[in-house]
Design a protein around this ligand. Sequence first.
Ligand SMILES: [Zn+2]
Ligand SMILES: [Zn+2]
Ligand SMILES: [Zn+2]
Length: 865
Amino acid sequence: MEERYQAKAIEEKWQRIWEENQTFKALEDRGTPKYYVLEMFPYPSGRIHMGHVRNYSIGDVVARYQRMRGHNVLHPMGWDAFGLPAENAAIERGVHPGIWTQENILYMKTQLKRMGLSYDWQREIATCDPDYYRWNQWIFLKFYQRGLAYKKSSLVNWCPSCETVLANEQVIDGVCWRCDSTVTQKELDQWFFRITDYAEQLLADLERLTGWPDKVVTMQRNWIGKSVGAEILFPLIGREGALRVFTTRQDTVYGATFVSIAVEHPLALALSRGTGQEQVVKEFVDRIKTASLANRGGEDATKEGVFSGGYCKNPLTAEQIPIYLANFVLMEYGTGAVMAVPAHDQRDFEFALKYHLPIRSVIQPQSKQLTPENLTEAYVDDGVMVNSGPFSGLSNMEGKEKIAVYLEEQGWGKKSVRYRLRDWGVSRQRYWGTPIPIVYCEKCGTVPVPEDQLPVTLPTDVPFRGKGGSPLLESKTFFSAPCPQCGGAGRRETDTMDTFVDSSWYFLRYASPRFDSAPFDHQSAGYWMPVNQYIGGIEHAVLHLLYARFFTKALRDIGLAQADEPFANLLTQGMVSKETYRCIEHNWLFPSELVGSAKEGWRCPQCNRPVARGRVEKMSKSKKNIVDPEELVDRYGADTARLFTLFAAPPEKDLEWSDQGVEGAYRFLTRLWRFVGEHRELMKGVTSNLSEEELPPDLREVRRVIHKTIKKVTDDIDTRFHFNTAIAAIMELFNSLSAAAHDEGRLKAGSSLLKGGLEAMLVLLSPFVPHIANELWQQLGHSDCLDQVSWPSYSETALAEDKLLIVVQVNGKVRGKITVSADMNQSRIEAEALQDEKVRNIVGDKKVQKIVYVPRRLVNVVVEG
Ligand SMILES: [Zn+2]
Ligand SMILES: [Zn+2]
Ligand SMILES: [Zn+2]
C-alpha cells in the first residue's frame, strides 16, 4: 500500500475496474425492486462546470446508496444536444454544429468519467442523433393526428439578435433568456402543441406530487393559472355585436364604468372609424404592437391607453360606457377585452384617474362606507354589495354566484373557466433542431411525412451566416421534396422543433435506448418508470418540468406510456457561488489576475486601482468567478471534489465556494488513508464484529457511536438528502475510531470492533467518495467491490447503550457531574462519584455517612460536619 494518498492512481484504477466489469449496467430484473435516479442531462457546451459536478455528485450518492440498499438501479446519462450555441459556433467559427457538438460530447464524457459517476454508459443518448430525433418526429405525427399539433398564425416573441421565435417562458423581464436582447413581436405561422387540452389534468395531478418541493408545485400551479369566473357580453352601441369579456369578479359588474380592449382586438381600429379618433388610435396601435409582450403585461409596466371612439352597454346597469384601448390588455389572455371596475381593481383605478373616468364603488367593508372621491386605492377585499340593483346587501361571494346565474338566465353571459397556460409554440427558425416532418403541396396542402419515411434528417449543405430566416430554406437537398400524397412537387417545412421537445421524453428513452420500433419499449418503460428521483435546477420549474408532465400524459393517451407522472420525487439543487472581484473601470476580474495580496489589498492589473472582494454570486464565466472542475480534479482528485461539494451545503441550498473547504476535504481523505495504512497489518486476521458481545464501557461507547452513525447517515441520505450532516457524522465517527485506536489497550481489546467500525465507515463513505472507499476496502483484505456490499444496518440495542450524565452533590450541594455508561449498576456509579476529583477534595478525610442515589440522575454524598 502506498504511504501517500495518490488520488489520481486510485481513481483511474477503480474507474477502469467499473468499466471493465460493467458494474453499473442496468438490467431489467423483475424480481428486484427498481430504482430510477436521474439528473437533468447537460447541454454539451464544451466543458463541465461546478454546477454539473454538484448536480451529478448528488445523483451519484443516491444511485450508489440505493444499489447498496438492494435496489436494481437505473442511472443513465445523455446529452441535450440540439440548440443555439452549436449553431452560433458554426456562424462564428465555421464548424458544423454536428461536429462541434460531437467534440464537446466526447470531451465532457471523459470529464464525467473522471468524476467516477456510476452511470450505465451503454444507455447514453444524444438528442441530435437521428435515431433519437426520428422519435420526436414520430411523436409529432401522433400529436398531429390527434389534433395536439396544429399550425396557426400568431403573434410571437421575436429575438432580433438570435433571429428566432421565443416561447413566453424564454422571455425573462422582456429580454431573451439566452442573449439578453430586448424581445419584440412578430406575426408568423407557427406550429403549436395543444398543452392547454391538459391544463386541468396538469393542475389536478399536482396534488399527487408529494415528493416535489412545494415551491415548484406552486410555480406550476400559478403558471397554469386557473381562474373561475364568467364571460359577459357588453353589447356595442350603434353597431352589431357585443364585446365578450372574461372576469373573475362578476360581483363587481355594476361598477364597470368602461371596457378596455387589446390593441390586437379585431375591433380596435374599426371602433374609431368616423369618430375623429382614427388617427390617435392608429398611432397607439402601431406603437404598442411593436413593444414586447412582457413589457406590456408586467406589473410595473406603465399603464396607458386611448379612447377608441366607441361605446358599449353595461348589461346590468344598462348604462352607455366608453371603450378604451389599453396597453396592458393582451389578446393572448382571456378574450382581449376586460370590463374595467376602477373602484375594485388597482390597475383600472390608476387608469381611471389618469384618463378621468368615473369610479363607482359597489362593494364595501362591513363597517365602513366607501366614497369613490376619497379612495386612494382600489378596494379589492370582500365585503357587502351596494349600488348593485337587486343584489345590493348580499355578501360579494354570494353575489358572485347569483350574478353568474342571472347573466346566464338573461343570455348575457355564462360561467367560465380560464387558464393562464397557453399552447406551446414549438416552431423555431433554426437549423440545429429536429426537422418538423411536414411537406406542403399545392394540391394536397399540409401533408405529414409517412412514418416509414422517418427520420427526416438534417441536410449538410447549409450555409451558416447568422442572418435571415431558417438556414434550412437555403438547402437544395432539403427544401424541395415530393408530396407524400400525390408525388407532385412539394416543399418541406423548414422550421425545426423547440429543443424542449427533445427533453420532454428522454427519460422514457433511457428505458430502452436502442429500441427501434417506437420511441421506447412499452414493457421496459413500464418497469422503470416513473423516475424515482429526479434532480436538477429550479430554473426548470415551469419549463421542462411542465412539458415533461404534458408529454407523459399525452403519450399515455396514445397508449405508449403507463405512468401518469414522470417524476415521483424531485430535488432542485442550489447554485454554486463564489466571491467576485470587480474594478470600477475594468469590470470583473479573475482572482488570478489581481496584483498585490490579501493583506495589502488587491489591485487591478490594468489600472492599479484597489479592488475589493465583491459579492458572492453564482459562478459564471462573465463574472470571472468560476472554478474549473478539471483543475480541481487534477490537483486533488475526484473524491475531494465530490466530498467538498456534498459537504459544504445541503443539496437544495446554495453552495459557496471555499478553497479552505476543498483543502479540508482533501485533508480528511489523507488522514483516512494514513489511518488505514497504519492499522492495516494489525487488522489482518481480525474478524470484524459490531454485535452485542461483552465489552468494557469505553468500547461500548465506541460501538454506540458506530451504530448511531449508521442510523444517522441512513436517515440523512434516505429521507432528507442531508448529505452534509451525514458526512459530518462520518467524520466524527472517524475521530472516535482514531482516538480508540491510538489507545494501545482499547485497540487490543477491541480490534474486532474497531475493524467493524472502520469497515462500516468505508461503506457509509462509499456513495460520497467511491474510489478511496473501494481502495481502502480492498486494502483491508476484501475482494469484492463496495457496490456489491449491502448497506450496514444498525442495532437499536447498541444505540440504547447510552451514557448518563449524573449530578454529584455533597450534602445537597452540587459539586460536579460525571458521565457513566447507562448499564452501570448503582454501586459502580456511587464508586465513580466518590472518585470524582472535586468530590474527593471536599469530602477529604470526612466520614461518608450515607449515599443517596436517584436512579439515572443524581448521587448525593452525605458526610459528617
Ligand atoms: Zn436572443
Ligand atoms: Zn400532393
Ligand atoms: Zn482597473
